[in-house]
Ligand binder design. Structure first.
Ligand code: 5AD
Ligand code: SF4
Length: 448
């Protein structure tokens, strides 16, 4: 199917992590700069893109199911493209399984997107971007950002670790850091455009290495971004405990623009399981990093990811994870059942844990963490927090705010009962006194 200039519209759907969400923003910017316009429904689109995630579960089946539904309902005369981690993982097999697909490209190839679009426009039925041996990062001046206040900036792509359960090294390729100049230039540009908050992104931001002569490491880059005029908050994700050094905590201590929240995925509290996971740190190494944060001059909120039911996880190993939760006292966590992923080293491990047992362990973690959050959150009642307003909830009549610790604090404002005549508090900062705490959010009222 040939796309003529008069019918260049596209529709894109995105799954997965923030890296994927930001990739889609860059893909959209690139397409728009190539003369395409984005539409919000499938019927109106000539090009249908699906940016996929393959981190867990039966991601591949879900993708094909979704594609088949697209095709059945609205497929005639349209071009289909699969992007992201499932595209990289399944490669040309996608053409066999879904022959109506014309484009299959992984994130390491998006820098070539304009070329691939030209091939599609020329009527090429099979266009692929699957090479992982790229030195290039996907930088584009055309990023279309979704959120008017908070902007993502990729600082490093890919991953050089080899955690035994993880597909990312296979789907996003080796690590490539951007130069500090280009990161800082983008940050200054965003500040000029009115963005107030920046989130630095990478699969492992802590292993950032500036390829230019300035040679900044992550902590120094973080400090530099924190000094960009006009930026009120800087966040970063994700960290790997092995590369998380004390300088990062010191940077946060020294500069209040750097948010006092660190997401530090531990995965398991058992050193034996961490070793089997090839995580390159022990429970004690991890707890040392937690100590740095707890001893810091700022009150740093800590969150994590936990995998239950990794092969070989005994009841005693699982108890180690539960005791770690008590010891650290996380403000929140993401909790996953181990799932077998293609190509990963853990496929070869014995002692798989039965599904029912994984489900049980997941529920136990959730219950334990709920108790921890009830306890920790109630400690905040009475305190005054600065929030950044993200919107208004009609149903509850509250403004939706986020603290520097990344906690949701919904509040009422005596002078602003709700958005009126197009006026809204969204995008502004307010001091809010916390009046109530639930396990997952807080309520309060604005103070002067
Ligand atoms: N099974 C379960 N959870 C996984 N994660 C990554 N790979 C897997 C897998 N195969 C989780 C980890 C990681 C988060 C992004 O997803 O906890 O930190
Ligand atoms: Fe999903 Fe991982 Fe790919 Fe992000 S990098 S989209 S989490 S598989």
């Amino acid at each position: 199917m040939k796309v003529t200039p008069s019918m260049k519209t596209f529709y894109i759907e995105t799954f997965g992590c923030q890296m994927n969400a930001h990739d889609s923003e860059k893909v959209i910017g690139t397409l728009v700069s190539e003369g395409y316009s984005q539409v919000e429904n499938l019927e109106a689109a000539d090009l249908i893109l699906y940016n996929t995630c393959s981190i867990r579960d039966k991601a591949e089946q879900k993708v094909f199911h979704r594609l088949d539904t697209f095709k059945k309902n609205q497929g005639n005369g349209k071009i289909f493209g699969v992007l992201g981690c499932v595209a990289q993982q399944e490669g040309e097999r996608i053409f066999e399984r879904a022959p109506y697909v014309s484009l299959v490209a992984g994130s390491a190839s998006y820098a070539k997107l304009p070329e691939m679009l030209v091939q599609l426009e020329a009527g090429n039925r099979r266009v692929t971007g699957l090479s992982l041996d790229t030195e290039e990062a996907f930088e584009t001046p055309f990023t279309r950002r979704d959120n008017p206040h908070r902007a993502y900036i990729t600082i490093i792509e890919g991953c050089d670790k080899s955690c035994a359960y993880c597909v990312v090294p296979f789907t996003r390729g080796p690590e490539r850091s951007r130069t500090s100049e280009s990161v800082l230039k983008e940050a200054r540009e965003l500040a000029r455009m009115g963005y107030l908050e920046i989130q630095l992104l990478g699969q492992n931001v802590n292993s950032y290495r500036d390829p230019s002569p300035a040679g900044l490491d992550f902590a120094r880059l973080l400090r530099a971004v924190g000094e960009v005029e006009g930026i009120r908050r800087v966040r970063f994700t994700t960290s790997h405990p092995r590369d998380f050094i004390k300088d990062i905590v010191e940077a946060i201590e020294d500069n209040p623009v750097l948010c006092n929240h660190v997401h530090l995925p531990v995965q398991s509290g058992s050193s034996k399981i961490l070793d089997r996971m090839q995580r390159l740190y022990t429970r004690d190494d991890y707890l040392r990093r937690i100590e740095w944060m707890k001893n810091a001059r700022r009150n740093i909120s800590i969150t994590t990811d936990i995998i239950v039911g990794f092969p070989g996880e005994t009841e005693a190993d699982f108890e180690d994870t539960l005791s770690l939760l008590d010891e650290v006292g996380y403000d929140s966590l993401f909790n996953f059942k181990y799932s077998r992923r293609p190509n990963t080293p853990a496929l070869a491990l014995e002692d798989q844990i039965p599904e029912e047992e994984k489900i049980r362990r997941l529920a136990v973690v959730q219950e334990k963490q709920r108790g921890i959050q009830i306890r920790r959150n109630s400690e905040l009642i009475g305190s005054v927090e600065e929030v950044f307003v993200e919107g208004y909830n009609q149903a509850t009549g509250q403004w939706i705010g986020r603290t520097t610790q990344n906690r949701m604090l919904n509040f009422v404002h005596p002078a602003h009962a709700g958005p009126k005549d197009g006026e809204t508090l969204a995008g502004s900062y307010w001091n809010v006194r916390v009046t109530r705490a639930s396990p997952n959010s807080f309520a309060g009222e604005a103070v002067n």
